[in-house]
Ligand binder design. Structure first.
Ligand SMILES: Nc1ncnc2c1ncn2[C@@H]1O[C@H](COP(=O)(O)OP(=O)(O)OP(=O)(O)O)[C@@H](O)[C@H]1O
Length: 259
């Protein structure tokens, strides 16, 4: 497959000069496979501006998780460039890459992975605590974010006292604690019923707008795609789109199954 790309630019011209929160350029990722290699990503370019949210869809094995892992700087690409908030990552040492990730990237997996013994507010504060940051400010911020995700009254509850949707809300609030520029979200509704799924995707949309983060959401739930600004369809490690050049499909078209 040849190089493929998707660019989701700013809506407002006033912010057009700012560094892009996330920009992948000609990213290729190969995994060793026996004597040879598997190309999980094949020269993919993707950039998403602040305040924009894209859906990343595609069949199993098409490369969605690989793209998310590379964008999260958890995996270094074999070739190509990943820039977070204008900072190119290829030459960064592991420790600097970790620091950049902590500062700029919020990661939300489908399973919230909350610590059973901690209350909701402590789940948000633990990262600050481990990094030796002052807890007083963190506590205030944690309460604020829990309020924002609709859990103001549940700050002292532990995971077993929360519903699946509420746990996912804690997960989202936790990802926002570091004031990230980028939110990478992997199947956030996989474990939820329809109503809760809708409210979680709606929350991610609101958070994208309010915090002006760039959000990439892997999803199988095409129903919620219209809440996002564009759809990137992955196929065989590339962004494929039979209708438009550049990989973008208008969300409304996608949700009607017209692509
Ligand atoms: N750690 C790995 N080692 C070897 N091959 C891998 C590894 N991770 C993924 N792959 C391969 O890379 C390709 C892309 O996988 P990836 O997990 O990114 O796809 P996906 O679209 O996220 O799939 P799913 O929807 O099933 O999660 C697949 O062929 C997969 O088998």
């Amino acid at each position: 497959m040849s190089a493929s790309s998707l660019s989701v630019p700013h809506l407002a011209t006033s912010s057009a000069g700012a560094a892009l929160p996330i920009a992948l350029t000609n990213v290729t990722l190969e995994y060793p496979d026996g004597g040879g290699t598997i190309k999980a990503l094949d020269s993919v370019s993707l950039d998403v501006a602040a305040g924009r949210m894209i859906s990343l869809v595609g069949t199993s094995g098409s490369g969605k998780s690989s793209l998310l892992a590379v964008a999260a700087t958890l995996v270094r690409p074999t070739n190509g460039q990943v820039a977070i908030d204008g900072i190119t990552t290829a030459d960064l040492k592991d420790a600097d890459l970790t620091a950049l990730r902590r500062e700029k990237v919020g990661i939300i997996f489908q399973q919230p992975n909350l610590l059973a013994s901690l209350t909701a507010v402590e789940q948000l504060m633990i990262g600050h605590h481990l990094r030796g940051k002052p807890l007083r400010a963190a506590r205030g911020r944690a309460h604020e974010l829990l309020g924002l995700v609709g859990l103001g009254a549940s700050a002292d509850k532990r995971p077993h006292q929360l519903s699946g949707g509420q746990r996912q809300r804690v997960n989202i609030a936790r990802a926002l604690m570091g004031d990230p520029r980028v939110l990478l979200v992997d199947e956030p509704t996989a474990a939820l019923d329809h109503e809760r799924s809708a409210s979680i995707v709606g929350l991610l949309r609101r958070v994208t707008d309010e915090f002006q983060v760039a959000t990439v959401m892997v999803t199988h739930d095409t129903e919620f795609v219209p809440l996002t600004d564009a759809v990137a369809v992955m196929r065989d490690g590339g962004l494929s789109n039979p209708e438009l050049p550049g990989g973008a499909i208008h969300p409304a078209t996608y949700s009607k199954g017209l692509f």
